[in-house]
Every structure is written in structure tokens, then in C-alpha cells.
Write a protein that binds this ligand. Structure first.
Ligand SMILES: [Zn+2]
Length: 96
């Protein structure tokens, strides 16, 4: 991917949006709050990551008995300018 930033002409780096949701265990929360410096942190966080996606209607109808709008999902990717931080998003067709 060799793309230039439309704003400043800087170099664009490819990436994607991710949501990290950290779940803190209630009983381990106290240990974390009173954390002793330089002690190894216990496994406090349960990390789960979910990726957003683009969904659109294809215009077709699927199903034999119950007709429903056919949709297709696309992964959302993005390019970030390394100079000014401008982010350009696009939905990429799944190739698998
Ligand atoms: Zn830029």
C-alpha cells in the first residue's frame, strides 16, 4: 500500500478499528488499587476485542419461505497519516 495523505501528502499507514473492552475482576480490583510498586501485576484484565464491520444490503432477497434482504458484510479498514494523523476509512471486500 503506497498511498499519500490527501491533506498533507504524508505517508499513510494501514490499520483497522478495534475496540478493547477490559473487564476488571471485582475481587482483584482491590489488589490493583493498593498495588505494590514493582510487584508483578496479577492477571487482572480479561481482554476481549471486537471488530466493527460494515453491513449493506445487496438488493437481493434470500430465503425460500421467509424472504429477507440479503446483506453482505465488509471489514472496515483505514489508513492513517503518519504526519498529521488524518484517518481515511474504507470497507474492504472479504476475500475468503
Ligand atoms: Zn497527513
Amino acid at each position: 500500500m503506497d498511498k499519500k495523505c490527501p491533506k498533507c501528502g504524508g505517508e499513510m499507514t494501514e490499520g483497522e478499528i478495534r475496540f478493547d473492552s477490559d473487564t476488571v475482576m471485582p475481587n482483584q480490583m482491590n489488589a490493583y488499587m493498593t498495588g505494590i510498586p514493582n510487584s508483578p501485576l496479577p492477571a487482572v484484565y480479561q481482554s476481549s476485542t471486537s471488530k466493527p464491520y460494515w453491513e449493506e444490503k445487496t438488493g437481493k432477497r434470500t430465503g425460500f419461505i421467509l424472504k429477507s434482504d440479503e446483506t453482505k458484510t465488509l471489514r472496515i479498514k483505514g489508513l492513517r497519516c503518519t504526519l498529521c494523523g488524518y484517518v481515511e476509512m474504507y470497507a474492504a471486500e472479504k476475500r475468503e
